[in-house]
Design a protein around this ligand. Structure first.
Ligand code: SAM
Length: 253
């Protein structure tokens, strides 16, 4: 699945505003100025590095993605080492040697099997910071017609295969939290919903178009009903999209 640099740029300010500051501060305390090897999975253009930097400047980053153009931009904008890798095939190789593993807006693409392999592959002294995991909550105001039916269809589309097997979609954050807690990590989760208003009209419209494409692909809404719902979403003036941030500190170290 590919992601345009322009889409990542459009969402980054909303992501920065939504990230839970308490978890970033706790991560900062854990890093404690150490020059630890940190790996960001599905790095895109490097937004996680930019978001974490004010809290932990000492980290030695490796940025992983399978999109070479995004990796080039990430390298230019962050100065970090980059590594082209298909995460779907190799979660174990991706996290090898990392004391901190991060990912933003990635885990809703992965399957439960893949997530299990990822958790098993973590070193017992590695922390995990996984931000902006879509959790399924959406509130569009004024409410578009057919919204409940469309959102249910969108969630069905989210469960499709994005290259990692059947996707966890909105279940990803809670599933990751449960898997890490079961293996002894100290897990904290926090709300990181986007709360978008009049200042974020371009992002609202892009979200409306992206979700309309997904819902159209399911066939749940067609013709006039699809057009009316899409127009209602495009015209929304207040939008809340639920996300969950997670910080898991390791059993050792
Ligand atoms: C929603 S974007 C998030 C990008 C970035 N973390 C951010 O928050 O701006 C998902 C990222 O995962 C990457 N990705 C998707 N499937 C991948 C795969 N199989 N292997 C490596 N990276 C992948 C995409 O190229 C994209 O950069």
């Amino acid at each position: 699945m590919s992601f345009a640099s322009s889409w990542l740029a459009l969402r980054e300010p909303a992501d920065v505003a939504a990230r839970d500051r308490g978890l970033l501060s706790a991560l900062s305390d854990w890093v404690d100025g150490r020059s630890l090897p940190a790996t960001d999975l599905g790095c895109g253009t490097g937004s996680t590095v930019r978001a974490v930097a004010p809290y932990a400047r000492s980290l030695d980053w490796t940025l992983v993605d399978n999109d070479v153009a995004l990796l080039e931009e990430a390298a230019a904008r962050t100065g970090a080492r980059t590594r082209p890798l298909d995460l779907a095939a190799a979660p174990e190789a991706a996290v090898e040697g990392a004391r901190l593993v991060t990912a933003s807006a990635l885990f809703d693409l992965v399957s439960a099997d893949w997530l299990g392999r990822f958790v098993q592959a973590l070193a017992p002294d590695a922390a995990v910071y996984a931000a902006l995991n879509y959790d399924g909550r959406e509130a569009w105001s004024p409410a578009p017609p057919h919204e409940a039916q469309a959102l249910a269809a969108f969630h069905r589309h989210q469960a499709g295969d994005k290259g990692f097997g059947p996707s966890l979609g909105p279940q990803a954050g809670a599933t990751l939290a449960a898997m890490l807690a079961q293996r002894g990590w100290k897990v904290r989760v926090a709300d990181s919903a986007w709360r978008l208003g009049a200042g974020e009209r371009p992002l609202i419209r892009a979200l409306a178009e992206g979700s309309a494409e997904a819902v159209a692909a399911t066939g749940a809404l067609v013709g006039r009903r699809l057009a009316d719902w899409r127009a209602g979403r495009r015209a929304a003036t207040a939008v809340e999209i639920g996300h969950l941030d997670l910080l898991a500190l390791p059993p050792e170290g």
